[in-house]
Design a binder for this molecule. Structure first.
Ligand code: PLP
Length: 381
């Protein structure tokens, strides 16, 4: 038996239509988009147009053209931060960030002398929005933060912080890596100026897809320059979106898959997906907390978290436990620091890290029973 519980890293399996869309594009269309006027090229254009439209619906974006495609959320965050922050700017973030945010800020600190305030979260990884507000200064240019921690699953109070950022005209960038596709996101009511997302996690699309929503009024410097199919006579990047940020041949095969994935999510309904995740999270906590020697980290209430759960068992090193789960039971989980050392410093696990279960829409209570039984056996050894 094989049980995949690493959906926080990348989701698997994907809806059947996602595989089919990637295959069909490569087999039957296969041409570049934005670069030809023959019928198959127009079909490639339509695929990309549609996926932007589905994502706009999912995130309540009024103008789909303001969604830029990238290779992943890491690239989106780099584009937003490096494109909008300049020398000496002050940036506020949290102590629960993934390296996609943290390393990006640190390089800007050494290169551009930006100043960073990382607001400390509680040892459970909860963020007090009041502390974020207190840390804002007249020269604060941006607040950048994760929507949900990839270590504890804790949801962050982005609605409250977004309202304050809008009131003070501070740019608000949200890393939605762990929430896009599994939690309702409305960029308008949440006052999100830039939403960075990745296609291969909760959005159920292929790896190598992702994007950035850029609200009107924001114009980051492009991260890359090159051909855009149109405006070829210009010696600089065109001003129009999305072309300004999408040089080079796009990943149409991946985007074809992402389009079907987002259509699947819209058809299932985000509320239903969220309910399934909350039920499974509640069940996982219930089953795991009874195991002797078990330590669970972070807030555990399903309505305050996404389907991510970190734990340690007795004296096991997380890597050893994950290895035994794989080799002896066929259970796939992640172990270590999960690219988020700041988060582990916050929750007190920097010395050894944690084992992380990442629940997905296709996981079942039966699989959690199997995990719990395996951990019970390993706890006794
Ligand atoms: C919160 C968070 N941010 C950023 C990332 C980076 O995602 P990607 O590798 O798709 O760029 C991840 C996933 O690992 C994540 O969980």
């Amino acid at each position: 038996m094989e049980v995949y519980l690493d959906n926080a890293a990348t989701s698997w399996p994907k809806p059947e239509k996602v595989y089919r869309a990637v295959y069909d594009f490569m087999r039957k269309v296969g041409v570049s988009s934005g670069r030809g006027a023959y019928r198959r090229a127009l079909e490639a254009d339509r695929i990309i147009f549609d996926v932007r439209k589905y994502l706009a619906k999912l995130f309540n974006v009024a103008d789909a053209g303001r969604i830029i495609f990238t290779a992943n959320v890491t690239e989106s965050i780099n584009l937003a931060v490096k494109g909008l922050i300049g020398p000496g700017d002050h940036v506020v973030t949290t102590s629960m960030e993934h390296n996609a945010v943290w390393r990006c800020l640190k390089v800007m600190e050494s290169r551009e002398r930006i100043r960073i305030t990382a607001v400390s979260c509680s040892p459970e990884g909860r963020l007090d929005p009041g502390r974020v507000v207190e840390s804002l200064r007249p020269d604060t240019k941006m607040i950048v933060m994760t929507h949900a921690s990839n270590v504890t699953g804790a949801l962050m109070p982005v609605e409250i912080i977004g309202a304050e950022a809008r009131r003070r005209k501070i740019c608000f960038l949200v890393d939605a890596a762990q929430t896009a596709g599994v939690y309702p996101i409305d960029v308008q009511s949440m006052n999100v100026d830039l939403l960075a997302f990745t296609g291969h996690k909760g959005l159920l699309g292929p790896q190598g897809t992702g994007g950035l929503y850029i609200r009107e009024g924001f114009s980051p410097r492009p991260l890359k320059e090159g051909g855009t199919g149109g405006h070829s006579i210009l010696e600089r990047m065109p001003d129009d979106l999305p072309d300004r940020y999408e040089p080079g041949t796009p990943n149409v095969a991946g985007l074809a898959g992402l389009g079907e994935a987002v259509r699947f999510i819209l058809n299932e309904g985000i509320d239903r997906i969220r309910r399934h995740e909350m039920e499974l999270k509640r069940y996982t906590v219930e089953r795991l907390e009874r195991i002797p020697g078990m330590t669970l980290y972070g807030p555990l209430e399903p309505d305050r978290t996404v389907g991510v759960l970190s734990f340690n068992l007795g004296r096991y090193r997380p890597e050893d436990l994950a290895h035994r789960l794989d080799m002896e039971y066929g259970i796939m989980v992640r172990a270590g620091l999960h690219c988020a050392p700041c988060a582990h410093r916050t929750i007190g696990t920097i010395d050894r890290g944690t084992v992380r279960v990442g629940l997905g829409y296709f996981n079942t209570a039966g699989e959690i029973d199997y995990l719990a039984k395996a951990l019970e056996e390993l706890a006794g050894k």
